[in-house]
Structures are given as C-alpha cells and as structure tokens.
Design a protein around this ligand. Sequence first.
Ligand code: LLP
Length: 427
Amino acid sequence: MIGAMPNALSTTLSHVYPLGSAINAAGHLELGGCDTLELAKQFGTPAYIVSEDDLRARARAFMDGIRTRSLAADVLFASKAFPCTAVYRLLAEEGLACDVASGGELALALKGGFDPKRVYFHGNAKSLAELRFAMQAGVGHIVLDSLDDLTRTEQTAAELDLTQEVLLRITPDVRGDTHAAISTGQADSKFGFGMAEAPQAIDQAAASEHLKLVGLHCHIGSQLLQLEPFQRAVTELAKLGEFDVYNLGGGLGVAYTEGQEPPSIADYLATLLDAANKELNARKILIEPGRALVANSTVTLYEVQTVKHNVSTWVGVDGGMSDNLRPMLYDAPYEVANAGRMNETGGEPVILAGKHCESGDVIARDVPLDDPQPGDILVTPATGAYGYAMANNYNGVPRPPVIFVSGGNPRVVVRRETYDDLSARDV
Ligand code: LLP
C-alpha cells in the first residue's frame, strides 16, 4: 500500500503488483498498458519489466509526503536497490537525492544525472581510491563508518586540500524484526559507530580541519514491517547531542505476497517525522528508501521449460538464482502467476525451480499454478529491489534485460547480456 497520494494509480490486481497493472480482455497480465505475453515474445525471457508510472508514483509519494512537513527534508534513493542508469535518471528527474555505497554506484549515479552535491557516499570499508574519487567528483557528503574510515577520509581531504562535509553513521542498538543478514542496528554490527564510541568520533570529526561534521546517520535494517523500531532509533540518536542534519536511513518493508501489509509510505513518514520533530532539534531530515521505492514497480517474466512430477510438482523456468538471489539468501517469499491465464485461481501447489545447478535454486515453494505447461509465461511480482542489483552469471547464464513500460510503450533500458559479453573482459 502506497498510502494517500494525489492522482494515485490503482491496480485491479493485488497490491504486490505495480500500480496501474491489470488483467486484459484476453486474461493476460498487462503492465504500463503492455501485454506481458507480447513483451515476452518481443524481448524474450527472463526479463525485468518496470512500470515507469509506478516508480514515479512511489517517488512522488515520498517527495510529497516529506515536503508537506515543516522540517526541511530530502529523500535519497538508496541506489543499491536498483543500480541501473535509467532508474537513477528517472529518480533524479523526480527530484530525489542519492545514496551510493561504492565507487561503482557513484559512477552510475553521476552517469544517471545526479548532481554530485546531492550524493551521499556510504561504506564500512571504503578504499582510498573510492574516497579520492568521491571527493574529486564533488560528492556532497561522506558518511563515516569507523574511526579508521574517519582518519582515512580526513587524510584524503587533506591531500586534496579541501573540506569535506560528513555525517557519522551511528548503530543505535535497536533491532527490527527482519532477516539477520539485513539487520544492521544491533550493537554488534559491521556498520557504524556504537553508542559508546560515538562521542569520541563526534569530537574527533568536529575537531578536524578537513572535515565538517554536519550530522548523524542511522539505518537499522531492511524490510521492516513495523514502525516502532524507527522511533526507537530516533530516541537513541537524540542522546548524542544536537546536529543540523539527521539521516534516518531506509528500511521500510514492502509486500512480496498478498498477505503482507506493510505500513504505507504516508504512515512511515508521519511516524519518522513526528519522532524527529519531538526528539531532534534538526535543521534537516533525510531518509534513504531503496526497497519501498522500487520493489513493487517491477515484475520478472519467465518461460516454463519443463514440468515434472515426483513427490512434488517441479516447474522449471529459464531463470532463477542468477536473476533473483533473494529466495536463496533470505528465504524470501514470492508469488507466482501464469501471465497468460491471470483469471485462473487455485491449482496445485508447485515448486518454481530455477535453471541453475543447485537444489537450492528455487524461486518459490508451494505456489498454486493450474496445469502449467512448457511455453507458459510466468510472472513473479515485486522483483524491483535487489533483483537486478544482485544478478550474476552463475552457470554462464546471461543477465536479463530491463524494460520500462508506460502508456502502452515498452522501452529497453538495459539489453540482455550475450554469450560474447560473458568473455568480454578476457585478456
Ligand atoms: N541506507 C543504507 C545505509 C543501507 O545500507 C540500505 C540498505 C538502505 C539505506 C536501503 O534500505 P531499504 O530501504 O532498501 O531497506 N540485499 C538485501 C537488502 C540489503 C539492504 C542493504 N542496505 C535484500 O535483498 O533484501
């Protein structure tokens, strides 16, 4: 649920699907006015299909929601969620700022048109080369993660004879309810300064000739479906003194399956900004959504290759862990539907298996599909966040294209990888 929004797009499908998606007269899934079976025919499978209108609507929900408040505020696209030039470009157009977590993401953000001054550079293990690149590019803020990171950032700024604005990443010892691999707010985290260490880091950054400390950052974890931990994190940050800027991170969860009801963007913003108003004497609040901006904008199309029955029914498709690692890494659930027979309900529970050489390469378990056949086009919704981002070439499988759809027009923004691409870096 995206929450109260002017000109909200709606969908006749569950809230897991992109806004504006529908079932057309032929019973096919339609996205951005495009029939997904036609898309599969034209561009092949697997393919990431992105509803441009959905992406813009969510960006506007964040921007409008944050701007109606009294505090100065900015929305940063946590670009690790979908680091694709076309997505950077679209969100830059919508007026967002950007969070990058490596030199590579920075290069993409600049290519996508972000003003370097509106880029925030993160990382627990930034290299000196990355720090130099960020400063030479004129990155507005660097988020410091440890005392070593602070020292190295200071030395790099001194070497380049400039003053770098910085924030300190704080680990407030607040745990949200999420998978351990994506929980970051606990005291024993690889990220940030613990509450005990923070005062020393604050003093050291404040005293530095080449660093200008403007504020604090915290990001307690990802795919959080409750708002209370966000409030607690603000309470912890308030204990560290007063700063101009607070970056409250990302982490708002999304619906991957119909039964999941994450907080709306509006409720999330209200909770965060009320807590900030009450507890922080800030000049500016920043937030860094990744998943909640991009996840539900996108679906992945696959073609069924094989169907086999033993103890279970195994539906083998032409993608898997090379285009979506999340089921394997986090036991993440996904829904599956037959894109050409969207009106069908029920069916036997099947296992949607990827094409890779591991038993763990399963996209979804116990998903109902009515008589799936080789050649059918299947769809898994909510694949926009960390799908393309973590795609890989296991088994030499070329990565899928990214196709934007809007107003009945498809537009390839990243082409499918070729077999030649697989050896393109050979020397
Ligand atoms: N800010 C910082 C400093 C972060 O580390 C992250 C995510 C975000 C913002 C955005 O969080 P989001 O709004 O997307 O929850 N690969 C995992 C997710 C890793 C998240 C890493 N950090 C997954 O597929 O679930």
